[in-house]
Design a protein. Sequence first.
Length: 371
Amino acid sequence: MTQPESESLFEAVSLRALAEPECIRDLDPSVFRDHAHESGPAFLERLQVDQACSLLRQGQAATIPDGFSARTGLTPDQYRKLGPKFTLRVPAGYRFRTVLNFYGRDTENISEQVFSDGLLKCFESAAGPAVLELRFRGEHVDCTTDAPDPCHAHQIAARILGLNSDAAGMENTFADDPLLGAALRRQRGLRIPLTPTPWEALSWAILGQQINLRFAVTLRRELIALAGGLHSSGLRAHPGAASVAALNPAVLLERKFSRSKASYLLGAAEAVASGALNLDEMRNRSALRAARLLVGVRGIGPWTVQYTLLRGLGFADCLPAGDAGLAQGLERLTGERPSESAIRQMLAKYSPWRSLATYHVWASLHPGDMA
């Protein structure tokens, strides 16, 4: 079967899966691995959980799949009764510092505020800027929001916590692996925190192209200050694609954006805002199609694509082989800095968990943060 045939077959089945769950069994497992980065049953379960949440929000009866609580952190009854305060259950040994480290990259942050035991995240709701507070206590996360739709806030919390990340699968398979086994044991339970929206990951990836982290977070802060809605707390929401697309390029140039970076960012924002690049639909379609659509936007190359698929869309088998941090981490593990091609060869065996393999390598650069 050719790649286009495989892609079309997968997407046809994905559209039928909820109505005809038995069609999942008709596809070769490799089709789901290549296009969904997960097994057929896991793909179906994720769709069923999303459907159950939608029905519960509408007050309707729903068939609850086995993985509902693991993927949402709530029982169905708790989800049905969601209000401005809710408590999520996370897996035993959850590494909350991973979340705090990711959202605490900018010490002058104007969109997030990180505490020793949690964080405050500002985001755009249907009624304007809202905030979500997460407080970690053991295997529970206490959440508080002023968003008019608590279900929207819950969706963001689940993404921030990486509840759909399959930590156990990789750990059980590669516990004794000579390259990553020690890191997996030391960092057991590590999950990948996602951005609240895929667009936030894509815009961050574009901002971070070819520059160091310190300058990238500065540009992100400038972008949020320019276009992000102001919340009464003083925090600003990360601007949506439409708000970014409306910016004058000259304003970005005044804020230390290079001409090319401003052009790439605004072009991507226009593609997303116009619907030409529908990020929200990509997770339930083929990862290969998603990558092709992304790379078709001017200024988006392989690293940006892989980062967006990993951090914004939650695909499990991404490999940003050109990432400097990944090369640095592998150099520490092997004693030799690998090339991009060598990185692809080294991490090929970790499929379909190369996203998590990448994240473990990144985390190994800061072992003190894993406490």
